[in-house]
Structures are given as C-alpha cells and as structure tokens.
Design a protein around this ligand. Structure first.
Ligand SMILES: *[C@@H]1O[C@H](CO)[C@@H](O)[C@H](O)[C@H]1NC(C)=O
Ligand SMILES: *[C@@H]1O[C@H](CO)[C@@H](O)[C@H](O)[C@H]1NC(C)=O
Length: 311
C-alpha cells in the first residue's frame, strides 16, 4: 500500500471518528432537551449577553482556587505513563485506582496552581482502604479556571463546545492508557477507574477496553445510552436527584441500556437531594453535603473491593 493510500485512510478514519463523536454529542443534546437538562450554556433566543447567564452546572460550586496542597498523604510524580500524577497509598497493595477529575482538572504543574484538594483528599481516603491511587493531570497543566470564560475557551456555538468536550474526553482516555500500562508493569493486578463529571465519560471510555476490572462514575457529563452497550467491566453509576446535567431520567436510560448489555454487572444509585458535583465538589461547611459525598466515596470503594479484590 502506497503512502498516499495510508494518508487517505487515516484521514478517512479521522473523519469517521468526528462523525461518530458528533452523533454522540447530538444524541446527548437530544436526550438533554427531552429531559429538560439545564441548557443555560445554549445560545439564548433573547439577546441576553452570555456573560450574565447562569453557569453550566459542571462549573457550579467551584473549588477554592487559592487553597494549597498542604497536609496530603501522597506526592506528585512527573511522567508516570507520560502523565503528571498525584499518587497516594502503597504500591504493594497490587490494586490501583485511577481517579479522573471533573472539568476543573487536577493541575499539578508549578507553584500556586490549583491542586484539586478535595479530589486528593478522596484519593488519600481510598488509598487507606488498600489501594494505590493515582490522580492524573489529564488537562496537561491547563485546567479550566473561573477567570476564563467557558464560551471563549470552547467557541461560541454550543454544539461545537459539546463536540469539543467529547473529543477532549476521548483523547484523555487515550492518554490514560499508557498510565494503565505503566501501573500493570509496576505489578498492579487489578485496575479500577473512578470518574467525576467530565471524568465520568473518560472512565466510561476506558471501561470499553479490556483493562479496568471496575469503573465507578459519579454525576457524569456527556455519558449516553449508546456508551453502555460497549462497557466491558463492572460499572457503578452514582447520580444526584437534583443533577441537571445527568438528571435521574438520563441515569435511568443508562440503566435501561444494560438490558441490552447483560454481560456486565452494573449498579445504579440516585442520591436524594444531591446536586451535580455532589461527590467531589461539595460544600464542606454543610453537613448534609459532606455526608452525601462520603457515602458516594464509600459506595465507590465497595464497588472496587467487590470486583478488584476477588480471588
Ligand atoms: C480558600 O482557601 C484559602 C487558603 O486556605 C482560605 O484562606 C480562603 O478562606 C478559602 N476561601 C473560601 C471561599 O473558602
Ligand atoms: C455551605 O454550607 C453552609 C452551611 O449550610 C452555608 O452557610 C453556606 O452558605 C454554603 N456555601 C455555599 C457556597 O453554598
């Protein structure tokens, strides 16, 4: 086969991928519309300026950007499977959990940058249950921050934004594969992936490969029914009753999709009165929010215990 044929094949593949992603994005938008998902990012028919519109729920309850890392059990490692990661727990456990952040990312480059403190605290607590926990910086040092406008970053047209987000998620899953390979090389017998919001879709993409033994997603963004048929490992889906990005109606559709994919174990739970972000971006001054987030973490760890530590 000549070089030209090779190029055109790869161009063709790329176009197919884009079309496939567009289909995913459109199907999410359709189901979002059907289920009255908060579409506050969509261009408004009234001339209200975008800036004055409500924030996308994925960006509500922003983390404390000035909080520093102090007092965490783990450390930052540069270049683990090509990624900068926060690692915590004992490598000797032989069981690795990868936690994939929400859209605010897990930035670990340079001093003074947002270190995703709550996610690291979750990682430390999961590690205490006998896991080697890795939190990769899949935004490669360039996470979303509140001083940037989402619309400016991703373009003005909503469908393009959603498409771009899905492309980013699929790319992030690809970038996680070498990390999984590195973990296996370091003696990990089983791999679990926990994904939050943006990272929920990344985790689902990874569940379509044969590597992870278990996946747990909390308040996912852009996960669609069509994804479920390709899931190859045990999957837990934790949704919030008040989540407007993946409301209970959408979570129910994900659950129903398993009627067609009976090959994998799955567990679905809706947390009462829980908004989007409840598992990793909760209000730490509010006892109910703290309790809900803890319950979500315990459920995730139990899922990993069940499918990663079986003899
Ligand atoms: C954010 O963290 C800093 C440093 O720990 C603290 O001084 C500040 O009060 C926090 N802000 C909020 C809104 O919690
Ligand atoms: C967090 O919870 C406390 C206690 O319920 C409340 O007073 C505070 O307003 C909440 N903060 C935010 C940002 O919602």
């Amino acid at each position: 086969m000549g070089a030209n044929a090779g190029i055109s094949t790869s161009t063709l593949l790329r176009s197919c991928l884009l079309v496939a992603l567009a289909v995913v994005a459109v199907s999410w938008l359709e189901s979002a519309e059907e289920n009255n998902v908060d579409m506050s990012m969509s261009p408004s028919p009234s001339p209200a300026p975008l800036r004055s519109q409500k924030k996308l729920p994925c960006l509500q309850n922003p983390p404390n950007m000035t909080e520093m890392t102090g007092g965490q059990a783990g450390e930052v490692v540069h270049d683990y499977g090509g990624l900068t990661v926060y690692v915590t727990g004992s490598r000797r456990s032989g069981h690795a959990v990868i936690l994939v952040s929400d859209y605010y990312g897990q930035c670990v480059h340079g001093r003074g940058q947002f270190p995703s403190t709550k996610l690291r605290q979750i990682a430390d607590k999961v590690a205490m249950r006998g896991y080697y926990v890795v939190v990769p910086d899949l935004m490669k040092g360039d996470p979303y921050t509140d001083d940037r406008q989402f619309e400016e970053e991703l373009g003005m047209i909503y469908i393009c934004s959603v498409l771009l987000l899905v492309v980013m998620q699929v790319e992030a899953a690809e970038n996680t594969k070498p990390l999984i390979a590195a973990l296996k090389k370091d003696g990990m017998r089983s791999i679990g992936v926990g994904g939050y919001c943006w990272g929920g879709k990344v985790a689902v993409e990874l569940s379509k490969t044969k590597e992870p033994q278990a996946v747990a997603i909390s308040h996912p963004a852009l996960v669609v029914e069509g994804d479920m048929k390709d899931v190859k490992c045990a999957i837990e889906i934790l949704g919030g009753e008040l989540d407007t990005i993946s409301p209970p109606e959408i979570i129910k559709k994900l659950e129903d999709a398993f009627d067609q994919n009976k090959a994998v174990d799955h567990f679905v739970k809706i947390f009462p009165k829980a908004p989007h972000g409840f598992a990793c971006r909760y209000n730490s001054s509010d006892p109910f929010s703290v309790k809900t987030a803890e319950e979500a973490r315990v459920d995730m760890v139990s899922w990993f215990d069940k499918y990663m530590k079986k003899p």
